[in-house]
Design a protein around this ligand. Structure first.
Ligand SMILES: C[S@@+](CC[C@H](N)C(=O)[O-])C[C@H]1O[C@@H](n2cnc3c(N)ncnc32)[C@H](O)[C@@H]1O
Length: 251
């Protein structure tokens, strides 16, 4: 596939990510066709699988409906991204628990945010989000403008451009499996590099297909066994089928 075709087909994904993934797959395969097929599958796995192009279109329609007074459009939008959809039922308890454990932060750095900044903005928090999905970033910024929240998202690849702003807390929600599929060791490197004193790291307890396969044990052992020494763990709990840790940097 030519560079132009690549950029056209994947224009909704951060260009750094598209270039990184295609280059990595081409280094692995002899045949360009096989490499392109693998790159497309990988891009789907790390971003497209969470919110499809059709769901993006539905989200655009819902935003228009909201502007015309549809009171259900906001919640329906949150259900279009698999990660926010999965936590909808217990979301209030989940966020109350995180915010209480973290001494009521006012500003959040939301790493690989999906549509999560919509929930945080709706709670009155200041949010700086980033994600490789241009569609999610655009939706977050549109909703923030319409609702007049102090919320802004950037289309950015955490593995290419990890520059981050200061905030009271960094959220790394359900990101570990997705990041490790891209670069082994990168998830804990990211934990160590956040410019905040507090961090909230969460893990899915089910696969995207809904299966529970020992994920609590697996992720607990990984997080508790590898958390850098400069962090102390403040809280561990499970809400909304999400394993959640809040930790503080103590040096
Ligand atoms: C499982 S979803 C979690 C979304 C959000 N954190 C939540 O819990 O609601 C993973 C998100 O990571 C984004 N993503 C994947 N790789 C990324 C990378 N290298 N840099 C930034 N975002 C990435 C995807 O586009 C997707 O929105």
């Amino acid at each position: 596939m030519s560079e132009i075709a690549i950029s056209k087909k994947y224009r909704d994904i951060c260009p750094d990510t598209v270039a990184r993934v295609f280059a990595a797959e081409r280094a692995k395969y002899k045949s360009e066709k096989d490499a392109d097929k693998a790159a497309r599958a990988h891009l789907h796995q790390i971003t497209g699988a969470f919110m499809t192009p059709d769901e993006m279109k539905t989200a655009d329609k819902l935003l228009r409906a909201y502007k015309e007074g549809d009171g259900e459009a906001f919640e329906k939008t949150l259900r279009l991204h698999s990660s926010t959809r999965e936590r909808m039922e217990g979301a209030q308890a989940l966020y109350e628990h995180i915010l209480n454990a973290a001494d009521s932060p006012k500003s959040v750095l939301d790493l690989a945010c999906g549509l999560n900044p919509l929930i945080l903005g709706n709670m009155g928090l200041t949010v700086r989000g980033m994600d490789i999905s241009g569609g999610c970033v655009r939706l977050v910024n549109e909703w923030a403008r319409v609702r007049e929240w102090n919320v802004q998202a950037d289309c950015r690849d955490l593995l290419c451009n990890p520059e981050m702003e200061k905030a009271d807390i960094a959220f790394m929600m359900k990101l570990r499996p997705v990041l490790e599929q891209q670069k082994k060791g990168s998830a804990m490197e990211l934990v160590a590099s956040v410019p905040t004193d507090m961090i909230c790291v969460t893990f899915p307890m089910k696969t995207l297909g809904g299966r529970k396969v020992g994920m609590e044990k697996h992720y607990s052992e990984w997080f508790e066994g590898n958390l850098p020494h400069e962090f102390e763990m403040i809280e561990r709990f499970i809400e909304a089928d999400e394993l959640c840790y809040v930790a503080r940097r103590c040096v």
